[in-house]
Design a protein around this ligand. Structure first.
Ligand SMILES: [Zn+2]
Length: 236
């Protein structure tokens, strides 16, 4: 996949978040495994002038988090990159999951289609009632007030149907698009991620992970995925 494709997919999900240049690209993605607070960057300068960068738990003064070790930044970066190996899909896996999810979508689609057919019938009924109402009004069979009341009710019902129909139609297209985007991002995700510039890495992390929870021990890592990534990587 080219960068521009990755970027295209990602830009659509960014929700107006500003990014400052000095922010580390993992900020907002990595959290403390013990207390769930953000990990923040801390610089330590040695007497010789060397600067070491760490992630530390952003514990506030009045609460104590048992996790007090500083995590070297390079190590955290590596562990996050390694995480991508566990969520990536090769083309065969992608194909298989796409099939499974598409079958589910088709089932949902069938339910939606049934409702859309129903909506069409209801819309026709409203049309017919409107015609009858007009006819009755012009024939002098009903007073103006009553005519207007009925007309307002029918118009409101019609507007509701139009709204519901539009929502169902855009839902279908939306879900399909989101799914394909997610699968695109997960296919060969590790290579995509490690080859990507940090701005793209940041966006990938934000798109895929709700949070990555880390402690100093290599086994202390827990990832929470956003939807639809969670369902795709753990198909139930
Ligand atoms: Zn903590």
């Amino acid at each position: 996949m080219t960068w521009s494709t990755v970027q295209d997919i990602l830009t659509s999900r960014r929700n107006g978040e500003r990014s400052r240049e000095h922010d580390h690209y993992l900020k907002g993605t990595v959290f403390c495994v013990e207390c769930g607070r953000r990990l923040i960057v801390q610089h330590t300068r040695t007497k010789a002038g060397r600067v070491y960068e760490y992630f530390v738990c952003h514990r506030s003064r009045d609460t104590v988090c048992p996790q007090r070790k500083a995590l070297p930044i390079a190590q955290v970066e590596q562990r996050v990159a390694d995480l991508y190996r566990t969520i990536e899909l090769n083309p065969a896996q992608r194909e298989r999951i796409e099939q499974i999810v598409l079958v589910k979508l088709h089932r949902q689609q069938a339910v939606n289609d049934e409702r859309l057919t129903q909506i069409a019938v209801e819309a026709q009924t409203i049309d017919a009632n409107q015609a009858k109402l007009l006819e009755a009004y012009y024939a002098g069979a009903i007073p103006r007030e009553l005519f207007l009341t009925h007309q307002r009710r029918l118009n409101a019902e019609q507007a509701n149907l139009v709204r519901e129909k539009a929502k169902m139609e855009s839902n279908n297209a939306d879900i399909r698009q989101r799914l394909c985007d997610a699968l695109d991002l997960l296919q060969d995700a590790h290579a995509t991620y490690t080859d990507a510039p940090v701005t793209v890495r940041k966006q990938l992390n934000r798109a895929i992970f709700a949070g990555i929870f880390l402690g100093p021990d290599p086994t202390q890592i827990r990832a929470e995925l956003n939807e639809p990534f969670a369902s795709i990587t753990q198909p139930g």
